[in-house]
Ligand binder design. Structure first.
Ligand code: FAD
Ligand code: UDP
Length: 366
């Protein structure tokens, strides 16, 4: 008899939901994380009464009622609606692409005028069947918006030419012919009052958790502790990169506490020109309508990835997806290890998708 039913590698959203649900069903779980805190990338830290999103802005949004009700049992959510401002040199535009953006850019007033303008630019570019992110973007919003608001941001974010990137990335953003600056199309949206860390704390209450514990430093001993492993780290690392490395994109965050009340007047400002080295500045208090005398801002710098850095984004192009399938096939041969979450599955998942995945995983297991 082993001491635990499950060893859960990673205390992010996936691992924590799995642990919470398995614990409720009487299973014994040990959750480990190599970081010094729980929560993975949704971790928030209280600085001067402001919940700081330590690993980039996290806005909860979903159209799935089950997911919304599920997460609401752990926290109350405020009515925050994400409406980033895009800054190109000294011009400011509303995001996502909507009538406010089109009006500022071209002076158009009606949706028909905006559609005609985009159609004209698309025709001039001669794109009928978009094959990459650049072509997809131009066919959605025309060349002017592509050049001012997409090209520079995208190429610094991913470290690749927009012509070498898959088009699905740009399809994440809505294009709307209404005067609506909401970044997401989902029915439910908000920020958990008191921060995301509190949600994870509730999930992990009464469960054994070991922090500063890297699975690979003590692999053999840890594997002996549990019947099964839930692994939410990178799948290629688990197999010692035996088929080669999957590619990731990393980030560097620079956080400052400023002795002023309001730095930029909005939670998220995107810097869309290539020459500015960061992609966005987050002013955390605006997620919660904070009125503190100070403010905390974070600059988000895209970074290349190597094994010494955090893999924040999978790069789901053809080469990497094929390689991932090889690892997945290898993993399917051992039913005692389950790979899931954003890194385990190598998918660009938002939080709501991760919740669904974790709930499905528990259902399949128990
Ligand atoms: P993670 O949070 O990555 O957790 C994995 C955990 O495993 C980490 O804590 C890691 O330390 C640990 N781990 C890895 N390897 C080991 C090891 N060898 N030993 C021990 N522990 C290990 N989603 C939204 O819905 N809305 C947003 O606005 C949003 N914004 C985002 C912004 C950024 C910059 C990023 C990067 C992501 C964003 N997301 C957003 C996505 C969201 O962060 C993920 O969906 C979610 O955090 C994934 O949870 P996870 O448990 O799969 O992974
Ligand atoms: N994007 C852009 N300009 C912006 C914001 C986003 O070109 O001002 C593109 C960019 O390619 C980015 C993608 O849209 O990678 C998805 O944006 P999202 O905000 O969903 O990225 P995430 O929050 O996941 O980093």
């Amino acid at each position: 008899m082993k001491k635990y039913d499950y060893l859960i590698v990673g205390s992010g959203l996936f691992g924590s939901i799995f642990a919470y649900e398995a614990n409720k069903k009487g299973k014994k779980c040990l959750v480990i994380d190599k970081r010094s805190h729980i929560g993975g990338n949704i971790y928030t830290k209280n600085i001067d009464g402001i919940q700081v999103h330590q690993y980039g802005a996290h806005i909860f949004h979903t159209s799935n009622k089950e997911v919304w009700q599920y997460i609401n049992q752990f926290a109350e959510f405020n009515r925050y609606t994400n409406s980033p401002i895009a800054r190109y040199k000294d011009e400011l535009y509303n995001m996502p692409f909507n009538m406010n953006t089109f009006n500022k850019l071209w002076g158009v007033i009606t949706p028909i005028e905006a559609k005609n303008k985009i159609e004209k630019e698309k025709k001039e570019a001669g794109i009928t069947n978009p094959k990459n992110l650049e072509e997809q973007a131009i066919s959605l919003v025309g060349k002017t918006i592509y050049e001012k608001l997409i090209k520079g941001y995208t190429e610094k974010q991913w470290g690749k030419k927009a012509t070498e990137l898959p088009s699905f990335i740009i399809k994440r953003l809505p294009v709307r012919f209404t005067y609506d600056n909401n970044y997401f199309n989902d029915i439910y949206q908000g920020i958990p009052i008191g921060g995301y860390t509190k949600i994870i704390e509730k999930m992990l209450e009464g469960i054994d958790v070991k922090l500063n514990c890297n699975f690979f430093d003590n692999r053999e001993e840890l594997e002996q502790l549990a019947e099964k492993i839930i692994f939410t780290g990178p799948i290629d690392e688990f197999y010692n990169y035996e088929f080669g490395e999957l590619e990731y994109r990393s980030l560097r965050f620079e956080t400052d506490i400023l002795n002023e009340e309001n730095y930029q007047g909005n939670a998220v400002v995107n810097y869309t020109e290539y020459e500015v080295p960061y992609t966005r500045i987050i002013e955390h208090k605006h997620f919660e309508y904070g009125t503190q005398p100070n403010t905390v801002i974070t600059k988000e710098y895209p970074d290349s990835w190597d094994r010494s850095k955090e893999p924040y984004y999978p790069i789901n192009d053809e080469r990497n997806n094929k390689l991932y399938e090889k690892y997945k096939l290898l993993a399917s041969k051992n039913p005692n290890i389950i790979f899931d979450g954003r890194l385990g599955e190598y998918k660009y998942y938002d939080m709501d998708k991760v919740i669904l995945k974790a709930l499905n995983c528990v259902r399949n297991e128990m």
